[in-house]
Write a protein that binds this ligand. Sequence first.
Ligand SMILES: [Mn+2]
Length: 241
Amino acid sequence: MNKIGVITDIHGNLPALVAVLQLLDEQGCNEIIFCGDVVDMGPHGTACFELLCSRKDVTMIVGNHDRDFALDNLYVHPCSHVPKAHKEYVFANTDARFKQKVLQMPLFVTRQCGGQTLRFCHYAMLDGVADISSYPFLSLENFPTREIFDRQYKNVQCDAVFFGHKHEPCDIVGDKIYCCVGSVACHREQLAKAVVIEYDEHSWRYKRVSAPYDATEFTKQLLAMPCGKPIYDFYYLKITH
Ligand SMILES: [Mn+2]
């Protein structure tokens, strides 16, 4: 049985990334696909880039926050809750050599598993987008339905899509299987979360896995960043609105 680990939206949280990679190693994954957003909203952008890039078994896909970092975009698009002052701080404190890395990261990858085509991306995209020179992603749907995902992925040739961007996980079956993997750690629980796809030549399936990690130091450092408090409340506790 082959295994692909899928993670997304680590957002500068090194202890969660270490925990989830260890979990995926224990699960015996042959490959790990990261669906985007290494930076913003956490203090460890450089360390997360370093760790992900140091592993030969990790495939990295570009997220909107990675794009902002690579292109020095401080504006808020299309409806981000991350203030400019925070982005300025993060971009100034993330090793600039990773901008080149982001520019080389694909918008999506596909894998053949159990005779089907699985697609991995940060989120649904505008038709015909080839690179990140313009904003490629569709608006985030907070309450997705089968109809919404069928429309968003209508022109994409695949049997299932694994993606992030929306930090709450969801599993919806429509014309395709839609698995929002959900952020590794932007949620209330001190659990680092991932999806594991198991497949052979005839079939595939996926399961959700998680591992505890200690967020104490991370939280302290996040709260000390510019706009750290509202970011922590919104992305980690969901109490601001
Ligand atoms: Mn995102």
